[in-house]
Write a protein that binds this ligand. Structure first.
Ligand code: SF4
Length: 367
């Protein structure tokens, strides 16, 4: 596999190469001139660099809400380099104790139910924050100020857990820069804390990062029938399952995100099948440390309208007004969740299926 002229590819592309064939990099000058910015530019030498005053002000990346062909092209061919200005670790309490300041936002994948990171236009390509040293220094200081964790909680019995991938998919970010390697190295030396991220992409380069138990990967899993319809551009579920034991052997803690649970005809049968498969295929070392989050689908009215334009089949299962209720969020969006009764019954059904088919899988929380 080689790069041809102007960033074109010859040969059969790997999954990583299919995801990212970068032709244009929008860069804040300070980000472009930083060591991390220069590293990214060196990884994509054929790309045109366009200077922008702010990673938030790139009109070319906005709009085209219903034009998924353009989104995928933008996601594949565009990166943004910026400097993260204000740093803070927000308390969380579900997946993690804190949400770490992001080292990237945006995503090269295009899951139909994902609306959180679509803040830079619907395409929302990856923005890399280049001031990684400031971010890791902030994190070390934040961890140190917490002292030891005083008592166990569902997140972790001993460590303060920091979600480092709230606004991006960290496994894909690692294809773009060494920010992820730097995060893993930072937490490797923090005995009272752990990094954590959910992912739908298998990046085997992460196996070389020597996390020594201080980074938790949460592989997101759902039945293949749902994933094929909804998880656009991600690694197939079979590939994610096949990676789990290898990540444990490489020193990661590996948990599962059973998410999103989508209520549809036959969903319980398909989740049972997935859990049986996990029980059959995964090794003892994984099972001993395994835990899972169960997350019922949340959707969004604006995203529903957009999806109808490019992926109406996804909306057949995602948009179920008879089962869902809408709530206006602080940002003015109409978020949609399953009503209380179907949600409670759904969580109970998945919990029962786990008890029956994968009793080694501790449920950390269900939401
Ligand atoms: S992989 Fe995650 S961040 Fe990327 S589109 Fe899918 S849900 Fe969104």
């Amino acid at each position: 596999m080689t790069d041809g002229p102007a960033g074109t590819l010859t040969g059969t592309p790997t999954p990583a190469q299919r995801l990212l064939q970068v032709r244009t990099i929008y860069a804040e000058p300070a980000a472009r001139d930083s060591p991390r910015g220069r590293q990214v530019l060196e990884r994509f030498p054929g790309a045109e660099i366009i200077e922008v005053p702010s990673h938030w002000q790139i009109p070319e990346l906005h709009g085209n809400a219903g034009n998924v062909d353009r989104w995928v092209r933008v996601k594949t061919e565009t990166l943004v380099l910026g400097v993260k200005k204000s740093l803070s670790a927000r308390p969380n309490g579900r997946s993690s104790d804190f949400i770490a300041p992001s080292t990237a936002n945006g995503c090269a994948m295009a899951c139909a139910y994902c609306y959180v990171p679509r803040r830079k236009g619907y395409a929302n390509p990856i923005t890399v924050f280049t001031n990684i040293e400031r971010i890791t220094k902030y994190l070390r200081g934040h961890v140190s100020r917490q002292g030891p964790k005083p008592e166990p909680n569902q997140v972790d019995p001993h460590a303060w857990v920091y979600d480092v991938g709230e606004s991006s998919d960290v496994s894909v970010d690692a294809l773009v820069s060494d920010n992820v390697a730097d995060l893993v190295a930072t937490f490797r030396d923090l005995p009272t804390a752990k990094a954590s991220f959910a992912t739908k992409f298998v990046n085997r380069e992460l196996l070389d990062l020597d996390p020594r138990g201080r980074t938790r990967v949460r592989f997101s899993l759902m039945p293949e029938r749902d994933s094929k319809l909804l998880d656009v551009r991600t690694s197939p579920v079979a590939e994610r399952i096949a990676a789990i034991d290898d990540f444990v052997a490489a020193g990661y803690e590996v948990h599962l995100n059973l998410s999103p649970i989508v209520l549809r005809e036959g969903w319980e049968r398909d989740w049972a099948e997935l859990l049986v498969r996990l029980d059959d295929e995964l090794g003892a070392a994984f099972k001993e440390q395994a835990a899972a989050e169960i997350i019922m689908l949340t959707h969004n009215r604006e995203l529903h309208e957009v999806n109808l334009g490019w992926h109406p089949k996804a909306e057949d299962v995602l948009w179920r007004p008879e089962l869902q209720q809408a709530k206006r969020s602080e940002s003015g969006m109409w978020n949609v969740r399953y009503r209380n009764v179907p949600k409670r019954e759904g969580v109970q059904a998945v919990t029962d299926l786990i008890a029956r088919h994968a009793p080694w899988l501790r449920v950390r929380y269900a939401f």
